[in-house]
Design a binder for this molecule. Structure first.
Ligand SMILES: Cc1ncc(COP(=O)(O)O)c(C=O)c1O
Length: 452
C-alpha cells in the first residue's frame, strides 16, 4: 500500500508540475488512446500498480488542463494545494460523512465550515448549511425548503402528502435564470415552464419594475453572478418587496456569492443577505476539488424538514448537528474536509486576494482585447468577460482555433442575440503572465481569422 500511494503521489506531482507545458485541451491522439481503458469486463485481477500505471499513461494525457492557469471555459476553478492534499488524506480515511457517529472528523469539519461560511459570506449566524455536490443540488435543496415552508404556512404538509391537491406555488425567475435552477424546479414538481419570467436588462439583471405583486405563495429566484456577464440581480429591492409580502427569496449565487469576501466587490451583493436561502459552489471559485457545493437556509429547521426521511430505528438522532439531515443524500464523501483545508490555508485575506486577483485579471483580458480592436459585450463587474471578434461566424471560428491552438481554452455563447466568446477567470493558479500569454494568443488568432 505504501509503495502504491507513493507511486500515485509521484505521478500526480509530475502531472501538476508539467501542466503549464502542455496544450490545455488534449490532443485527438490522446483521446483516441483512451480506447485502452475500454474492453470487456476483466476476468482476472490485475496488480494495483499496473492499474495505476495504465490509468496515468493513458488517462493523464487525455485530461483537460483545468488544474492549470489558462483554462477560462464555463466557470471552473482549480484545486488549491491544501485542498488537493486534504482530499488525498480524506480519501485514505474513506469516511462516510452521513452521520456524526460514522465520522466525528467529517462532522467537526462541517460544523467549523458552517460557522466560517456564515461569517465570511455575512449570512445569518444560525443558518443551516448542507454540504452537497454542486449548485444544482444546492438550488434543489434551497427550493425544497422554500416549497416546504410556503405549503406549511398554507396548512399543507408536502413531506407527508406530496404535491397532489396542494395549494399552488407561484415561482418567479429572471429571464437570465441558470438552467440548473430550472432543473431543480423540475425535480421538485414545480415545473420549469409554469414559472413567471421577468425580463432582464442589457447585463442580464432582473428588471424590478416588471416584478408582479408578490404574496405568501411566491418564491422569487434571483441570481448573484450571471454565468455570462457576472451581473447581479437587484437583491435589495426584490428582498424588500418579498419581505413585505411574505414571499420567499432564493439566491442562485454559484460563484457570485464569493464576492462577499471582498470589500471592493461586496457592494454588488447589496441586499442578498435578506434572502431566505442561498446556493453556492465550492468547486468553482473556492477552488476545492470536485464535487462540492453548499445550500444555506436562514432557518435550519426549514431545510431539515424539507429533506427529512421517515422513521428508521437504526439511524441516529442527536442534539448536535447531524450532517445527513441537511442534504438530499445519506452516504457521501467527506467534502467538508477540503472546505476546511481551503479556508484554513487561505485565511480571510488569502480568499479575498484570490477573488480580487481573478476580477482584476478579467479586467486585464478586457483591456487587452479592447485595445486590439475587439468588442467587449458586458460591463466587466466581476470575473466574466464576453468578447465578440466580429461576425458570428468569425467569432465561432476564432473560438474553434483558440481551442485547437492549446495556449488556453475558452468556450462560446450567444449573449442577447450576439455570438460571443466567454472568458471566466476563476482559478487560484492563474497568474498575470497566464493572462498576458493567453490574450496574445487570442489576438494573434483573431487577427489571422479576420485576415483570411
Ligand atoms: C449561476 C449558476 N448557477 C448554477 C450553476 C450550476 O453549477 P453546478 O455545475 O455546480 O451545478 C452555474 C454553473 O456555472 C452557474 O453559473
Amino acid at each position: 500500500m505504501k509503495e502504491l500511494l507513493a507511486d500515485a503521489a509521484a505521478r500526480a506531482a509530475r502531472y501538476i508540475e508539467t501542466i503549464d507545458n502542455r496544450p490545455v485541451a488534449p490532443s485527438s491522439d490522446a483521446v483516441a488512446h483512451l480506447a485502452a481503458l475500454g474492453g470487456a469486463v476483466p476476468e482476472k485481477p490485475s496488480n494495483p500498480a499496473d492499474v495505476l500505471r495504465l490509468l496515468d499513461n493513458v488517462g493523464s494525457p487525455a485530461t483537460v488542463a483545468t488544474a492549470g492557469g489558462r483554462y477560462f471555459g464555463f466557470v471552473i476553478g482549480g484545486a488549491l494545494p491544501a485542498t488537493l492534499a486534504a482530499n488525498w488524506l480524506a480519501a485514505a480515511w474513506d469516511q462516510n460523512a452521513c452521520m456524526r457517529v460514522m465520522s466525528p472528523v467529517a462532522a467537526k469539519a462541517e460544523d467549523t465550515v458552517r460557522e466560517w461560511i456564515t461569517d465570511l459570506l455575512g449570512s445569518p449566524a444560525q443558518s443551516g448549511i448542507g454540504f452537497v455536490t454542486c449548485t444544482t443540488m444546492a438550488n434543489f435543496s434551497g427550493l425544497a425548503a422554500a416549497r416546504s415552508e410556503i405549503l406549511a404556512r398554507a396548512g399543507w404538509n408536502v413531506e407527508e402528502n406530496g404535491l397532489f391537491g396542494a395549494p399552488p406555488i407561484r415561482v418567479i425567475v429572471g429571464q437570465e435564470v441558470h438552467v440548473s435552477l430550472l432543473r431543480a424546479l423540475t425535480m421538485l414538481g414545480l415545473g420549469r415552464s409554469r414559472v413567471i419570467t421577468i425580463p432582464a436588462d442589457g447585463q442580464g439583471r432582473m428588471r424590478v419594475d416588471q416584478l408582479p405583486e408578490l404574496d405568501r405563495n411566491t418564491i422569487v429566484c434571483i441570481q448573484a453572478g450571471n454565468v455570462n456577464t457576472g451581473a447581479f440581480d437587484p437583491a435589495k429591492e426584490i428582498c424588500a418587496r418579498a419581505k413585505e409580502a411574505g414571499a420567499w427569496v432564493h439566491v442562485d449565487g454559484a460563484f457570485g456569492l464569493w464576492a462577499a469576501v471582498s470589500p471592493r466587490y461586496a457592494p454588488l451583493l447589496d441586499g442578498v443577505g435578506n434572502a431566505d436561502s442561498w446556493a453556492i459552489d465550492n468547486h468553482k471559485w473556492l477552488n476545492v476539488p470536485y464535487d462540492s457545493g453548499m445550500v444555506v437556509v436562514r432557518d435550519p429547521e426549514q431545510l431539515r424538514r424539507a429533506l427529512s426521511t421517515g422513521q428508521a430505528a437504526y439511524l441516529t438522532q442527536s442534539s448536535e448537528r447531524e450532517p445527513w439531515q441537511f442534504t438530499p443524500d445519506a452516504s457521501r464523501r467527506a467534502r467538508g474536509i477540503e472546505l476546511w483545508a481551503a479556508i484554513k490555508s487561505l485565511g480571510r485575506s488569502g480568499l479575498r486576494d484570490m477573488i480580487e486577483r481573478n476580477c482584476r485579471q478579467a479586467e486585464l483580458f478586457a483591456s487587452r482585447l479592447r485595445a486590439a480592436g475587439f468588442t467587449i459585450l458586458n460591463d466587466v463587474v466581476l470575473n466574466q468577460v464576453l468578447v465578440s471578434f466580429g461576425t458570428p461566424d468569425e467569432t465561432r471560428r476564432v473560438i474553434a482555433e483558440i481551442q485547437a491552438d492549446g495556449t488556453c481554452w475558452c468556450g462560446g455563447t450567444v449573449w442577447q442575440g450576439q455570438t460571443a466568446m466567454r472568458i471566466s477567470v476563476s482559478s487560484w493558479a492563474t497568474t498575470d503572465e497566464d493572462v498576458e500569454r493567453s490574450a496574445k494568443a487570442m489576438i494573434r488568432i483573431a487577427k489571422k481569422v479576420k485576415a483570411a
